[in-house]
Design a protein around this ligand. Sequence first.
Ligand code: C2G
Length: 128
Amino acid sequence: MKKIITYGTFDLLHYGHINLLKRAKALGDYLIVALSTDEFNWNSKQKKCYFTYEQRKKLLEAIRYVDLVIPEENWEQKVNDVKEFKVDTFVMGDDWKGKFDFLKEQCEVVYLPRTPEISTTQIKNDLK
Ligand code: C2G
């Protein structure tokens, strides 16, 4: 079984996120999503989420491409996650291109093109 992992906040879930999850799952058989906790978002990403971790987790678990949701609590856990879950491929949108190449020693690293024109920030701005 080929295991894939990806990380993110996934707040105000939108089709850009779904496109990413769909393509990530297509690279293997089992997709793990490491979902940023509210604390990690606030303390390390200066992001204030609209939905709580539990609400965002429920949304992700309802997506057919997602097999497991785990908490992302810090920047450093990726190396351990790849080991612990025996991950074959790490996937992120290409806004992160190059940032996680250190994982290449442990697994395949794939950066997928982001879906243009949609973002949580865009949604919030449009709703103002
Ligand atoms: N994404 C995308 N297209 C968009 C918006 C987002 O492909 N229009 C992708 C991002 O590239 C990322 C994933 O969807 O791979 C989740 O996006 P965010 O929730 O914004 O993730 P981010 O806050 O960048 O957190 O440790 C890594 C971080 O947790 C990533």
